[in-house]
Design a protein around this ligand. Structure first.
Ligand code: GAP
Length: 491
């Protein structure tokens, strides 16, 4: 498997993702998408939309502001509970996230322990600053949100949202009335989230600004209305129960229907989304054995959750969460009702009013793109270059268009073909260097096809189409190229 350094090098050199404000030394945990990265991101988001939103009849989309008034985050519990423990070296002032630091140094699992308990472990184990061996200070809680003050007088405290979900809760009532007025109702959103991570690290894996893609599915807990559950109930997922984790056992395969029946999952909506996610990631080239849904242990479970099932992927550095699936119950709407004084309950057809419950799949775009690039990375000794086996539907360009030689009217013909395709597809034209070099450049960013215009093109209007994965070439008529590309994206 490739390593983080390989992925980072490729992303930097090919303009996929690179540090923000690099010429000023960057800002740890902040990244920009370059031309290739922007195309991959856009295609991924579209594919996600098709799979999770357009495929459903009761999911609508919103696009909320990233600055939220303080009251929202007080109601949601983030002001009080969105904290991580830190310890600072009394000598060199280096700061460490206390729980990660202790786990790294002692191998002990300390998640959920109080600052006092963590301080005691630091003292008992004799842990000191790895930088200067200085004494580490008592552990304190650090809030991960970016605080700001809106307006010229600075009297309106606000935060950059730590999760995109909160806009959905605060505008739930308006959206409910505007679109449907009926449960179950899903509200989806793609947008930025901000967390002042203590140690931003592992490239984009732990960033300070990142993209979240979330759905809040609102439903009546007494009648969930998950009408399509039958479609997924016989599908298998890989589940790591709390019991398995505590006994050091592996994750096991289970049918979604059985997992809900046996209360391994809290409800049908959770089962429905887990099954869909499993299929979605498989369609993006992630193997089943590299995925698992882990039921988070009680001490790791967020303050708002009635059960969390993280979709974890096996990375080069170990298992890591890419999608958080939370049963948020009625926590958020109930608290927003209380803090805002607005009644956020909704009427059921029988006239009864309830505060809906929520199941939330929350995808992190950066971790997912990293996983797709990592799993598609092929260091091909035979070819002599690295290439990316990116799924065709999210490849930045579907094809590169080349002229075999730069003479005899071939470049003009190649440009003509390029212009025909460009109207409908993301394609690029490359006339620099040998054909081999052009293939290599395209392979490295996962371009599925190379279309070469050669002398035969001038005779019969056919071109060679080279397949990135097999390197096999076929001849296709220029007039049939569009259909050829369309069919290939679908498959
Ligand atoms: N609304 C629920 C929520 O925010 P989360 O598990 O904290 O849940 C969801 O975050 C997803 O967002 C994670 O699975 C991960 O993919 C991504 N994510 C969270 N923190 C991140 C960070 N610092 N950098 C990059 N991605 C992050």
């Amino acid at each position: 498997m490739a390593k983080l350094e390989d992925i980072q090098r490729l992303c930097l050199s090919r303009g996929i993702i690179y540090p923000t404000a690099e010429i000023y030394g960057g800002l740890s945990g902040c990244f920009d998408y370059g031309p290739v990265g922007t195309l991959i991101k856009r295609k991924f988001l579209d594919y996600w939309r098709g799979f999770f939103v357009k495929d459903e009849e009761n999911i609508v989309e919103v696009d909320g502001a990233t600055i939220l008034p303080e009251k929202v985050l007080m109601a949601s519990g983030h002001v009080e509970s969105f904290v991580d423990p830190i310890t600072q070296c009394e000598k060199c002032k280096s700061i460490y996230r206390a729980d990660n630091f202790i786990e790294e140094k002692t191998g002990k699992f300390v998640e959920g322990k109080s600052p006092k308990e963590l301080t005691e472990i630091i003292r008992k184990e004799g842990l000191s600053c790895p930088n200067c061996k200085g004494r580490l200070g008592d552990v304190k809680m650090f809030n991960l949100m970016f605080k700001m003050f809106a307006g010229p007088t600075g009297d309106q405290p606000a935060y950059l949202r730590p999760e995109s979900a909160q806009n959905i809760f605060t505008s739930f009532e308006r959206v409910f009335r505007a679109v449907r007025g009926k449960l179950p109702l899903g509200i989806a959103q793609q947008g930025h989230a901000f967390r002042n991570e203590i140690s931003a690290r592992q490239f984009v894996i732990r960033s300070r600004e990142f993209n979240q893609i979330e759905i809040e599915m609102f439903f009546d807990p007494e009648d969930d209305g998950c009408e399509r559950f039958d479609e997924v109930k016989d599908k298998e997922i890989i589940l790591m129960t709390r019991e398995a984790q505590m006994k050091g056992r592996e994750a096991t395969r289970v049918k979604v229907g059985e997992a809900v029946e046996k209360k391994m999952l809290p409800n049908k909506w959770m089962g429905y989304f887990l099954a869909k996610e499993f299929e979605f990631f498989k369609s993006l080239g992630i193997k089943e054995e590299d995925m698992r849904f882990r039921h988070m242990l009680p001490e790791e479970t967020p303050h708002y959750s009635g059960g969390n099932f993280d979709l974890e992927i096996k990375f080069d550095f170990g298992w890591k969460e890419v999608v958080g699936n939370a049963y948020r119950t009625d926590h958020d709407l109930k608290n927003h009702s209380k803090f805002s004084g607005e009644d956020l309950s909704v009427p059921l057809p029988n006239g009864r009013k309830i505060i809906p419950h929520v199941v939330e799949p929350s995808f992190g775009l950066e971790r997912i793109l990293y996983a797709i690039i990592l799993k598609g990375y092929v260091d091909d000794k035979e070819r002599g270059w690295v290439w990316l086996r990116l799924p065709k539907r999210i490849a930045p360009f579907i094809a590169g268009v080349y002229s075999l030689v730069n003479k005899d009217n071939l470049p003009e013909k190649a440009r003509e073909v390029y212009r025909i395709l460009k109207k409908e597809f993301d394609v690029f034209f490359d006339d620099a260097g040998s054909i081999g070099k052009r293939y290599a450049r395209a392979d490295e960013i996962g371009v599925p096809f190379g279309i070469t215009i050669d002398y035969q093109t001038l005779q019969d209007d056919t071109v060679t189409v080279r397949d990135r994965d097999s390197t096999k070439q076929v001849r296709v008529k220029v007039e049939e190229l569009k259909q050829f590309l369309k069919d290939s994206i679908k498959n």
